[in-house]
Design a protein. Structure first.
Length: 93
């Protein structure tokens, strides 16, 4: 596989992961709006909690990426602290 093909594969994989994360975020927003009018089930509360944790994990990763040289630092940081990535971006075991 050439490096161009590898980059295309990685871009496609991350595009799909980002779409999954956005879908989960939309669902969390819907559930939060729903909670203002009615009670949520335990499963819905769990979904909101997981999604809010994912969002809170994405903010530091984005901040590191925005630093000068952050594009090089972020992969190293991910190796050292694997829990910094949202759940949609974790590799399947």
């Amino acid at each position: 596989m050439t490096s161009v093909e590898e980059i295309k594969t990685l871009l496609l994989k991350n595009k799909l992961r980002l779409a999954q994360e956005l879908k989960q975020s939309k669902e969390a927003v819907y559930l939060i709006k729903k909670s203002t009018h009615s009670h949520l089930t335990e499963e819905e509360k769990k979904k909101i909690k997981i999604q809010l944790l994912d969002i809170s994990k994405a903010i530091p990763a984005f901040a590191v990426f925005m630093l000068p040289g952050g594009a090089l630092l972020l992969p190293i940081l991910i190796k050292l602290i694997p829990d910094i990535l949202p759940s949609a971006f974790k590799e399947d075991l």
